[in-house]
Each structure stands twice: as structure tokens, then as C-alpha cells.
Design a protein around this ligand. Sequence first.
Ligand code: NAP
Length: 294
Amino acid sequence: MESNQLKSLVPASGSLLLGVMGDPIAHSKSPAMHQAALGAMGVPGHYVPLHVKPDNLKDAIQAIRALGFRGVNVTIPHKVEVMTYLDAVDEGAKRIGAVNTVVNDNGLLTGYNTDGIGYVRSLKEEILPELAGKHIVVLGAGGAARGIIHALIQEGPGSVSVVNRTASKAKELAEEWGNLAQIRGFGESEAETAIRSADVLINTTSVGMHPNVNQVPVPEAWIPEGIVVSDLIYNPLTTKLLSISAAKGCSVHGGLGMFINQGAYALEYWTGQPAPVEDMKAAVLESFRRETRA
Ligand code: NAP
């Protein structure tokens, strides 16, 4: 998009309005990240945290139009419910069953999901450029897992095994997308063989997330030496799963890149411009540092 087209997105108030709706929202790093991005792009604008309780979501979405927001991110617990209040939902987001980005085109609200594509962009750029033919094991079958598995399938993996504490969720997901890829679901008790033959192991569960930083989602002995191990968690930046895997000679990949890239894709939808990912990353890291000092 040319800069004069970008100018046309800025309302008469002179400020591009963006934000993130969630409950809770105070902890979110999105405002720091996007505000830094707008600054680096030279776009006059504000990206604000919006504390929206579930009962108020419908009104809050209506308000995007009334207040002239160009768009919002939507986070826990609104990613599924929000789809009911939009004018259109992108095909990928429909299949995933969740929206994390809303774009307002002159009152027409469209929902997208940038979590999965953000994750895969980060995995390919940081550690594994080619996913075709790989045996990928995904731990967890929640919202984040659906987004990333959907995006991984587009890369033509050899197979995807989904392992989940609640086995039925993994099996249902495998059945739902069985026509798109070689995909199977397992409970934890039947997971060892799949994990031992993985080329890429991805944790999408919350096991190991702050404050439970000593937990690991899978027994250390099952992790094959030298594979790629990835964790969606970014607090802490290096989880225990990643540190024990690195000690086994694995290439490791944390969740920060996914967070930055889901935001980058959202910003690209809103502005039509390439997102300044390095500035965004620096802002998030600085926000973590400030938190640690406080
Ligand atoms: P979710 O929908 O609640 O799903 C949680 C998943 O974790 C489910 O599969 C659940 O299994 C499993 N799980 C939870 N506690 C467990 C335990 N003690 N033992 C075994 N499995 C357990 O959550 P989500 O939205 O998918 O988020 C999952 C993780 O991804 C979180 O850590 C979140 O921070 C991270 N994430 C990161 C980014 C990023 O930008 N880097 C973006 C989104 C999410 P059951 O089905 O059996 O309950």
C-alpha cells in the first residue's frame, strides 16, 4: 500500500486507532509492541489495551465501528465468541474456529487468525526453513494447537501426530482435518512411540509456563537427540523443555517469535505495509526487562 493509501486509513482525528480486547488484559505485551511498530513506521496512531468482560464483547465489537478503530486484536477469552459479531470471517480462521485479528473496512468487520501463520513464519525463519516431509509431533489440542496445526498442514509435512491429555480432543481434531494431511491423535499413554520418532516436537500446552517453570510436558528420555524442539510459551523465554532439549543436542525455538509474527501479520492487515519486526521484538524484550526490574 502506498503511503497516501495509508494516510487515507488515518481518521480525521489524525490518529490511527488500534487495540487489543481481552480479560484480563493488563499483562499484555501487545500495546508496547504495536506502539513501537507505529512509531518505527512513522504512522500517527495509538494501540490501546481494552479490558472487555465477556458480557460486553458484543457492544465492544460494535464500538469499533462507532469509534473509528481500524482494527483490534482479540485475546483470551474472546477468540471464539467474537466470530458471532463480525460481518465476515476468513476461511482459515473459520476452519481453525478462532479469530485473533479484526479489520474494519469502512464499517465492514472481517476476522482473521494470525497465530498459526505467525508461528510457522517464526519457525521457518529462525530454525527450520523446510517443513515438507517432516514428522511433526504437537503436544496439546487447544486453541493455539488448532491454529498452528492448520498452518503447518499448508507446509506439506510427512505426518502430524497430536498428543493431548484429553485424548478425545486430539482424536477429534485428527478426524476433522484427516482429509488435509496425514494426521493422527493420541492420548498421553500412547504417545511415546510417536514422540520417539519425531523430527519436530512442538509444545502447545501451558505446561512449563510461568510460574510453573520447572514442569515439562513430556519425559526427557522420550525426546530424540538432535531434533527440532519448539515451545509456544514465551514467559519464560527459555522453558525447561527447551533447556533439557538443547542439552540433548536439539535445535530449540521459543514462543517469542510467534508472538511477534502474529502481531506483524495483524499490522500488515491493518496498514498494508511490512511490519518492522525487529523494532517490535526490541519493544517486547524491553517490556520484559522493565517487568524484571520492577
Ligand atoms: P488452551 O486452549 O486452554 O489449551 C491448553 C492445552 O494445554 C490443552 O491441550 C490442554 O489439555 C493442555 N494442558 C493444559 N494443562 C495441562 C497439563 N497440566 N498437562 C497436560 N496438558 C495440559 O490454551 P491455548 O490458547 O491453546 O494456549 C496454550 C499455550 O500456548 C499457552 O502456554 C499460551 O501461553 C501459549 N500461546 C503462545 C502464543 C504465542 O504468541 N507465543 C500464542 C497463543 C498461545 P486438555 O485438552 O486435556 O485440557
